[in-house]
Ligand binder design. Structure first.
Ligand SMILES: Nc1nc2c(c(=O)[nH]1)N[C@H]1C(S)=C(S)[C@@H](COP(=O)(O)OP(=O)(O)OC[C@H]3O[C@@H](n4cnc5c(N)ncnc54)[C@H](O)[C@@H]3O)O[C@H]1N2
Ligand code: MOO
Length: 397
């Protein structure tokens, strides 16, 4: 049985890195950028008027001039046609380019608009008042966002602002999802007394969607050697195969043996964690990776979130995944020597972690309102209120 750290480093050793591809900006939400974003020009690209008003020369104001003739009206997007001299101003709109000769804008609210001229008022006049100067936000060539990073709405906006209508992202892997078990029935079939519905298939597909991945091959297979062999032989042609159930010690837990018979090399079987101990990980001779996750719903969620996601993060260029240390808000003890993952919610008032009780890893409500998983290390029999614990968020925070 592997320790958690060993299991994670064995998984890292399987990473070859996904290819890069270009996608349209409209399709980039939630994808992982594979190329840095740099500024294609200065921002603002010109001395941008920040207010509707009148642009003057500060030197005129200092001379005591308060009434100005309007030389020209400059709208956003227009180039100015005139060069003002003393006693003249531009009428200018927010977002328009302020000609270099003008170095102050007085708001329209502080102007008395007369027939051919305008009388301006200001208590305190500062150079470049109401002008956002060229390059003051960022300079051409500046690194704005370092890859890899998940495309948020703000990043999408920045990509658009900097002219990237095609975006370089990490290509998505092909993924198969196979659930197993005689007792597991698909929706919307009726369940008999000793059957259960196939929730993990939906769980896994939903977890993959966070990465914008849809499984190309998805099937439920009974605990029967021939059908499992047939389905798994197809599934393992994918970059990543995720199998659920049939990996512990039961008479019908055929998955590890069948994978081996199909030439999948076992990297490890069993990790010293709870839930999720029976996890099996292997690799085909072509380098495709196979995760066989334990069947209990919380074990499935945990092993996906910790192991499959670590593999995805690394394959998409992240050195490590975001991991937080946050205070736990209750005492917690454990009697076994395994590292324990448990569902927690983020307390909005304190920023600490509330422990969410559940009734074992088969409880369908376990982790229902959790924001992520917290960790009680193998050698730590008790956690005290206020102790910092590792926190793996379910969503990128
Ligand atoms: N003698 C031992 N027994 C067990 C061990 C062990 O080490 N020695 N490990 C236990 C642990 S921990 C877990 S977790 C389970 C995992 O077993 P399997 O991965 O072989 O999974 P199954 O036995 O097929 O199912 C376990 C449980 O999960 C339910 N299940 C399965 N698939 C689905 C699905 N698609 N949707 C919803 N629920 C599912 C299944 O009905 C079982 O109740 O083994 C322990 N036993
Ligand atoms: O992974 Mo198992 O859930 O520890 O019962």
């Amino acid at each position: 049985m592997q320790s958690l750290d060993n299991a994670l480093s064995l998984i890292s050793s399987l990473v070859k890195g996904f290819a890069h591809e270009f996608v349209a900006l409209e399709e980039a939400d939630g994808r992982i950028l594979s190329k840095d974003i740099t500024a294609d020009r200065n921002y603002p690209p010109f001395n941008r008027a920040a207010m509707d008003g009148y642009a003057i020369m500060q030197s005129d104001w200092k001379k005591g001039i308060r009434k100005y003739k309007v030389a020209e009206t400059i709208l956003a997007g227009q180039a100015s046609q005139t060069q003002i001299s003393s006693g003249y101003c531009y009428k200018i709109m927010t977002g328009a380019a302020t000609p270099p000769v003008a170095d102050v804008i007085i708001r329209r609210e502080d102007a008395n608009e007369l027939d051919q001229e305008v009388e301006l008022r200001a208590d305190d006049l500062r150079i470049y008042q109401n002008i956002s100067r060229e390059g003051e936000d960022t300079k051409k060539g500046d690194l704005l966002v370092k890859a890899p990073v998940r495309c948020s709405s703000q990043i999408i906006s920045l990509l658009a602002a900097t002219g990237n209508h095609l975006v370089s992202v990490y290509a998505l892997p092909s993924v198969s999802v196979i659930t197993t078990g005689d007792e597991v029935v698909p929706l919307p079939a009726e369940v008999t007394a000793f059957q259960i519905r196939n929730s993990n298939q939906f769980l896994l597909k939903s977890l993959l969607k966070k990465w914008q991945i849809s499984a190309w091959f998805s099937r439920h297979v009974a605990d029967e050697i021939n059908s499992l062999t047939e389905a798994l032989s197809q599934a393992i042609t994918s970059d990543i195969t995720i199998i659920n159930g049939g990996v512990s010690a039961g008479d019908a837990d055929y998955v590890p043996a069948i994978l081996k018979s199909l030439g999948v090399r076992e990297i490890f079987h069993k990790v010293a964690i709870r839930p999720g101990k029976p996890l099996w990980v292997g690799q085909t001779s072509e380098g495709k990776v196979v995760f066989a996750l334990p069947g209990n719903p919380l074990s499935c969620l945990t092993t996906f979130s910790i192991f499959v996601e670590s593999f995805l993060f690394k394959s998409m260029g992240f050195e490590s995944r975001p991991l937080y240390k946050l205070p736990i808000l209750q005492d917690r003890s454990k009697k076994h020597p395994l590292t324990e993952f448990f569902p927690v919610s983020l307390d909005p008032k304190t920023g600490g972690l509330q422990i969410l009780p559940f009734n074992g890893s088969g409880d369908i409500t376990a982790g229902l309102f959790a924001d992520g998983l917290a960790v009680q290390p193998d050698d730590c029999p008790s956690l005290l209120n206020g102790d910092l614990v590792a926190f793996y968020p379910f969503r990128s925070l």
